[in-house]
Design a protein around this ligand. Structure first.
Ligand code: GLA
Ligand code: ZN
Length: 659
């Protein structure tokens, strides 16, 4: 179990380094990430390397059994680079280059930049290959920005399109370039679409694919060097949870495991950290395996203004939430709050004064607990019965054309996923977030919300899952478009119609609200944002619209197909309780029963291996919570046998060895 901090020795006088390392060791830390922004410190003059300072810092850490992850430093180019090679700075839409001085400001196509990225990576790899406590690498830092509109990127985009489509006829067809006379007759006529709301949606989608591919290929250059020179080291990257600017499945392909940076919003009052759980599950889904937290919340975050301080117990609870979802490593960002630069107020475990106080003590407590838990956790992961399909291409296409408006301006697809995910969270079941092509046979229940881009192959994959006995829920805006973002010339939901037993004759963005009618004493529930006018062709109606003009149409349906069931929700329902009702129905239909029914505000997650089931319970509220648990559990943190009830303090955590 690796637990430690993100450490910047270059920010402090070297006579402080032993104090830092001593304090880390006392806290039980055994890992530090270093150097991801220190390019100029390692290559002060182009082609001349200086690693002495880092050798010294690493050796001080090594003497205290603290291992190290080194970052390739390419997220911040040295001033000399921008000065000597201005073409390495990304070009903005207006044709001017980014002004050097922040970070993430490079063009990823620039051959000048890429050669220098490879050179510093090679120099670091060769220098640190034999350093005993260096165990792994982080590529760059938080890939995802910036778009660059320079001629080299435009040329790269054209070449990428040529490879993808082969002929201009095919590109013109795939993009629907007959519209507005957009037919191109030479590859060099193609431009970068500069605006999602006015340019051709197919071109916008391919630009995102290209940019994602570009980042992956930039990373691959570094990975190839590191693999060759440091074959025993692991390679990871710090992802950003729900960030969707890149196809994270592809970015993860070349890596040994995924790690990510977790900064949950610290609300005025304590809030259930739904997004941190969902992010963790998305991160675990990228490679279908456990992940690390490369940057964990250590204090109040902020660049100009800062938020509130984590309250006593909250640092611990934030860490445990990730452990519960499959984190096998945890590094707090950052060790000590820096006294200089833009992140002076992004607080670390230590304050500006460098004293080990409350936040340090809490992290040290977590570290000591993690080490004690390590043998129990070894080899455990989440084995969910439920999967939600998480597809970057559909999310991108929905960014480009959401269809209906979302007051918060969020991605409508991500918001749909959150509605279902949060209901399943409240029901106390684990969820795997998987790509559309994932093998669905391990799951009893699959949700495919807003699967806007749906190829015929994936549609058949979903139908086959239901035919064989699976329970599938899908909803509005699914199956609307093909892979190049052309609308299908079919009645919706296209290839899913037979499986769902419905046909969507018309649809609309809802201005205002439509009350829903349900059987029994459920509700009242209200349709908002969007409504499919669903005509049933065999499905049962679970909810319909009360409005006179929609009297003939269904809002929520369920259909027996083969050995399974296809559920459909054609609208966005205002009330959270609707989703709780829906989740209960789906879980029941799929014969999934949660191990415990958590009280409101308590999160449940199960990590397991063949001979072991560890039930995590986390109280996200500031009130103590009491709950019923299965008998015969062993409380690993308290080291006691439990009865049939569990008490959790505010922000309390329990890990129960079940049965
Ligand atoms: C990101 C970066 C860090 C740091 C933090 C806080 O996650 O990776 O370098 O900038 O945000 O701003
Ligand atoms: Zn460029």
């Amino acid at each position: 179990m690796y637990i430690g901090v993100d450490y910047y020795p270059e920010h402090w006088p070297s006579n402080r380094w032993t104090t830092d390392a001593d304090l880390m060791a006392e806290a039980g830390f055994n890992i530090a990430r270093l150097a991801e922004f220190a390019w100029v410190d390692m290559e002060p003059v182009e082609g001349e390397f200086e690693f002495g300072w880092l050798d010294e810092a690493l050796s001080i850490l090594g003497k205290r059994n603290i291992s190290a992850i080194l970052g390739t430093p390419t997220a911040v180019m040295p001033a000399w680079m921008a000065h000597q090679y201005p073409e390495t700075l990304a070009m903005q839409k207006d044709g001017t280059r980014i002004v050097w001085g922040v970070r993430k400001n490079n063009c990823f196509t620039s051959s000048v930049y890429r050669k220098r990225s490879e050179r510093i990576t090679l120099a670091m790899a060769e220098h640190f290959a034999q350093t005993p406590n260096v165990i792994g690498w982080q590529t760059d830092n938080e890939f995802g920005q910036p778009y660059c509109y320079c001629d080299e990127c435009r040329g790269g985009f054209q070449t990428w399109l040529q490879r993808k489509y082969g002929s201009l006829d095919e590109l013109n067809r795939a993009w629907g370039n007959h519209f507005w006379g957009q037919k191109v007759q030479g590859w060099d006529e193609i431009v970068i679409p500069v605006d999602d709301s006015t340019y051709n949606p197919s071109a916008c989608l391919d630009w995102r694919r290209f940019f994602s591919w570009l980042n992956v290929s930039f990373q691959r250059d570094q990975v190839n060097i590191l693999r060759k020179i440091c074959p025993t080291h692991f390679i990871t990257h710090n992802f950003m949870g729900l960030f969707k600017g890149l196809n994270y499945y592809e970015l993860a392909t070349d890596l040994d495991f995924v790690s990510w940076d977790n900064y949950p919003k610290l609300g005025v009052t304590p809030q259930i950290r739904y997004d941190a759980s969902l992010s963790a599950d998305v991160m675990r889904g990228l490679k279908g395996k456990n992940f690390w937290i490369m940057e964990q919340t250590a204090g109040a975050p902020g660049w100009a203004t800062f938020g509130r301080n984590p309250r006593p117990g909250e640092i611990r609870s934030i860490a445990y939430q990730q452990l519960a979802h499959g984190a096998d490593g945890n590094l707090w960002f950052r060790w000590r709050t820096c006294t200089a630069g833009r992140e002076q107020y992004w607080h670390g475990l230590l304050g500006h004064d460098g004293r080990p106080l409350r936040r340090y003590d809490e992290a040290a407590q977590v570290a000591h607990e993690y080490h004690r838990l390590a043998p129990e956790l070894e080899g455990t992961t989440i084995k969910a019965d439920v999967a939600i399909i998480y597809d970057y291409e559909s999310l991108w296409a929905l960014d480009i054309q959401p269809g209906y408006s979302n007051p918060e301006g969020n991605n409508v697809g991500q918001d749909a996923i959150k509605r279902y995910y949060q209901a399943l969270f409240r029901a106390g079941v684990n969820v795997d977030m998987v790509p559309p092509s994932a093998d669905l046979t391990p799951y009893k229940l699959v949700l495919a919300p807003h699967l806007y881009i749906l190829s015929d192959t994936i549609a058949e994959h979903l139908n086959a899952y239901v035919r064989a006995g699976g329970v599938l829920l899908t909803d509005c805006r699914t199956a609307v478009k093909d892979e190049t973002s052309l609308c299908y010339d079919r009645t919706l939901p296209g290839k899913l119609s037979e499986m769902l037993g419905i046909s969507i004759e018309e649809y609309e963005a809802v201005i205002g609200e439509y009350p829903l009618t349900m059987s029994g004493d459920l509700g009242p529930f209200t349709a908002t944002h969007y409504a499919d006018w669903v005509h049933t062709t065999g499905a049962d109606v679970l909810a319909s619209y009360a409005s006179w003009h929609l009297a003939d149409y269904a809002a929520v349906t369920r259909h027996r197909f083969g050995k399974g069931w296809g559920w459909y929700v054609g609208t966005v329902v205002k009330e959270t309780k609707f989703y709780d009702w829906l989740a209960a129905g789906l879980l029941n239909q799929a014969s999934i029963s949660p191990i415990v029914t958590p009280p409101a505000g308590v999160e449940v997650s199960l990590r397991e291996r063949q001979d072991q089931k560890l039930l995590f319970l986390l109280n996200h509220t500031e009130q103590p919570q009491d709950m019923v648990i299965p008998e015969g559990c062993y409380d690993l943190l308290k080291d006691i046998m439990c009865g049939d009830r569990l008490h959790l303090d505010r922000y309390g955590v329990a890990i129960l060895k079940v049965g």
